[in-house]
Ligand binder design. Structure first.
Ligand code: NAP
Length: 334
């Protein structure tokens, strides 16, 4: 291959209309200069949080990606050329780069990870051992300090981050309830992941289902926000913790969301509500990966993949995140 295909961001998408916002372009394969690395991508990781990178707002956790340039995300691939002291040709790496056949990156120490080849399914570097794994572990351990015997609720529970939160909470010894958007997802959560209770938020009254959880919810790992977050507040246990991992219900409209209508429960129940970003903890990555690897090798956690083939099909795969058509991690195989 002598040309490189990449997805160009032409304008910020309206809602979930990605086809009007992006175009697939071709260019020469770039040549790295001093400090740069060229990676042949094997897989792209599609992450719901990147939707907040493609809005014009400047008060988000990430500055808006410039229009007219390539779309950026996490990828897994092999180094084909390097002019970076730490990175060698042939190495398997995970890095933030372009949605492209080849990514040209200028990595700092935290943003490019040189990977151990001994993992049999290397896709797990975008799954159980990837940023979703880090996020679930950080949220449950470092933010919420979940203890064995507590009750944990997870929203978007059949997605990449949610599935890992469910499995890690179980591994810690918590009872786990999950909220998801289809009966198929609920069955998967019950039969394959083995959680203690599941709620299809599209067909049931979430608040009344949550009211049946004996003893209340000690920790809510929330990926969704909006009405699901609202419904959980009255059912939190005293001194409960709410981890604000994501607010995907608001991403299509730019991420702005009003506060919970059950705000009073923060006081009444002495709740702790905390947002966090996994990218603030990149320097802890090796420790997080070691813990996740131990659990994965011991059969405690895994990640199913929703795999799409071909860079040209990236937008269809990306839209699954926002329409709920995925179970597990959405990736594109190049
Ligand atoms: N804070 C951090 O560092 C961090 C890191 C990674 C991810 N996250 C957050 O974690 C969440 C999940 O991200 P992911 O990449 O792992 O995606 P994912 O969970 O694999 O896919 C997104 C899922 O969200 C659900 N969803 C989509 N729109 C929804 C809506 N309007 N209302 C309720 N549920 C909706 C869908 O499942 P249903 O069928 O159940 O609706 C969909 O499958 C996102 O909020 C993301 O921003 C945060």
């Amino acid at each position: 291959m002598t040309t490189n295909r990449y997805w160009k961001l032409n304008r910020y998408p309206e809602g979930n209309d990605f086809a009007s916002a992006f175009s697939l372009e071709t260019s020469e394969i770039p040549t790295p200069r001093d400090g740069e690395v060229l990676i042949r991508n094997a897989y792209l990781s599609l992450d719901a949080g990147t939707r907040m990178w493609i809005t014009p707002r400047t008060d988000s956790y990430h500055p808006p990606l410039p229009t007219g340039g390539p779309m950026v995300g996490l990828g897994l691939g092999r180094v084909v050329a390097s002019r970076h002291a730490r990175v060698k040709e042939g190495q398997l790496v995970r890095c933030f780069g372009q949605w492209a056949d080849y990514s040209l990156v200028r990595p700092d120490d935290a943003s490019l990870h040189i990977l151990d080849e001994s993992v049999s399914d290397q896709r797990q570097y975008l799954g159980a051992l990837g940023l979703n794994g880090w996020t679930a572990l950080l949220g449950l351990r470092h933010v919420a300090d979940v203890q064995a015997g507590e009750t944990v609720l997870v929203s978007a529970a059949a997605g990449a981050t949610g599935l890992l939160a469910c499995q890690i909470a179980r591994t810690i010894g918590a009872r786990v309830h999950g909220i998801a958007g289809s009966d198929e997802k609920c069955t998967f959560l019950r039969d394959r992941i083995g959680i203690d209770g599941e709620i299809n938020y599209k067909t049931s009254d979430v608040a009344s289902e949550l009211g049946k959880i004996e003893g209340g919810i000690n920790v809510f790992f929330d990926n969704v926000g909006g009405s699901i977050l609202d419904a959980a507040f009255p059912h939190m246990a005293m001194h409960g913790r709410i981890v604000i991992c994501g607010i995907i219900a608001a991403y299509a409209s730019g991420g702005r969301t009003s506060g919970p209508s059950n705000f009073d429960q923060i006081l009444m129940k002495r709740l702790k509500v905390q947002g966090f970003m996994c990218t603030d903890f990149l320097e802890m990555g090796e420790d997080l990966t070691a813990q996740l690897r131990e659990w994965m090798d011991g059969g405690k956690i895994t990640m199913p993949f929703d795999e799409t083939r071909g860079l040209e099909n990236t937008l269809a795969a990306y839209s699954k995140l926002f329409t709920g058509r995925n179970i597990g991690k959405v990736i594109v195989r190049l």
